[in-house]
Design a protein around this ligand. Structure first.
Ligand SMILES: [Ca+2]
Ligand SMILES: [Ca+2]
Ligand SMILES: [Ca+2]
Length: 396
């Protein structure tokens, strides 16, 4: 059933190597922070078991963009570009937030406040936001993003500045097209979002922050678009910026500065990081992308950023004027999916989501979303690009 069954034909030596890597990882990932959480959890009811597959329903929208799981409360959130869908872990629909005229991208749950954060773009209006959904209030189908008090938005001026940059200095910003020298770093907006520790730190070391990844236009003609750009925000003081969003008059309330800006040298991709996720199991960051087309790069569809490597200050390659920045360590790359949704469940299992076009008896085309559970299988150094370190749980 799966396109990506990695372990079945593996020779015994490879299996042993994978086992050795796995057991090493298991030992090293039991950090004091994890132990502390387990201690705190004692006496609470056990978390519900997570099924191997969850269906997010079929909706008259564009494709699935991201998912987030609240394991403790037993809910799953699905971004269908123009709609947020809330289901339980059986896939029964609890409610929807509709009426979004922009592009709702990847999602993540903020465990500190129980709300779901997603990237939200209005390119024609040159407005980019983090949408914050008060998901506790989402209890019926057809709630409205503007009127029902379930969504606020925080504007991100840093993204606007890079998106609108007149890079060729001709006095004209060319707008929403990749066929231009404009847009700093090739920025097309934002998509992947994830909470996690600071780069170079492990879970529980310091506070978690929100990471927001740029979309990057595909363009093989320029040299300044070969990085994934990831912004960092400490969202603890974001209440002062949050406003309900009137899409007819998009507000500009947001932090003038980021708490960090980081660059991962992957080569140009089509629309940058689709799904960004911190994996507590490996301690690394996962970047699911639509593979690029530039010669001289491997053009993987999935990259790993070493989460424990401290960012290094160095040259951001390929810029029109020499520029330095905080560089992340890209430690691996291979072919995998996860561009439509990828959620690390913390224990070496993951939901990898997808959506397909279905046409109902009413003749209406819809996108049906579903998530399939995978497990970490490890990966030996120098493994082939078509041997990703994930294997579907249902396949045994
Ligand atoms: Ca220009
Ligand atoms: Ca995410
Ligand atoms: Ca996307």
């Amino acid at each position: 059933m799966s396109r990506y069954n990695v372990s079945e034909e593996a020779p015994m030596m490879r299996k042993l190597a994978v086992l050795a890597v796995l057991s090493g990882l298991l030992l090293t990932t039991v950090t004091p922070a994890v132990a502390a959480v387990a201690e705190e959890d004692r006496g609470r009811p056990p978390l519900p078991a997570l099924p191997n597959e969850i269906n997010g329903g079929a909706w008259p929208t564009s494709h699935l963009q991201g998912v987030a799981v609240d394991r403790e409360k037993g809910f799953m959130y699905w971004s269908f570009t123009q709609m947020l869908v809330k289901t339980d872990l059986r896939g029964d629909v609890i409610g929807t937030v509709e009426g979004l005229t922009g592009h709702l991208g990847d999602l993540d749950l903020n465990p500190r406040d129980g709300r779901v954060y997603g990237s939200l773009e209005y390119k024609a209006e040159e407005a980019f936001y983090i949408a914050i959904f008060d998901v506790r209030k989402v209890d019926r189908v057809g709630m409205n993003a503007e009127r029902d008090g379930v969504m606020t938005a925080v504007y991100l001026p840093e993204v606007v500045e890079d998106f609108t940059a007149d890079m060729d200095g001709d006095g004209h910003f060319d707008g929403d097209t990749g066929d231009t020298a404009d847009h700093r770093y090739g920025c097309s907006g934002i998509d992947g979002v994830a909470f996690g520790p600071g780069f170079g730190k492990r879970s529980g070391q310091g506070r978690d922050t929100l990471k927001v990844a740029y979309g990057v236009y595909s363009n093989t003609e320029r040299t300044d678009n070969d990085h994934q750009v990831i912004l960092e925000y400490d969202v603890r003081d974001w209440r002062r910026y949050e406003r309900p969003l009137s899409q007819a008059a998009p507000h500009h309330s947001g932090p003038s500065r980021t708490d960090g800006k980081f660059f991962a040298y992957t080569g140009n991709t089509r629309y940058g990081v689709q799904n960004l996720e911190y994996d507590p199991h490996t301690g690394d960051w996962f970047l699911a992308v639509y593979e690029g087309a530039k010669a001289g790069f491997p053009n993987y569809s999935f990259f790993v950023v070493d989460g424990t490597a401290r960012p290094v200050r160095g040259e951001i390659k390929g810029q029109p004027e020499r520029e330095r920045g905080e560089l992340l360590k890209v430690s691996d790359g291979f072919d995998f999916h996860g561009q439509y949704g990828f959620e690390a469940l913390g224990d070496g299992t993951y939901y990898v989501a997808d959506s397909v076009r279905v046409v109902g008896p009413d003749g209406v085309a819809r996108q049906e979303g579903f998530a399939e559970k995978y497990r970490w299988t490890g990966r030996s150094a120098g493994a082939e690009r078509d041997r990703p370190p994930f294997s579907p749980v249902a396949a045994g």
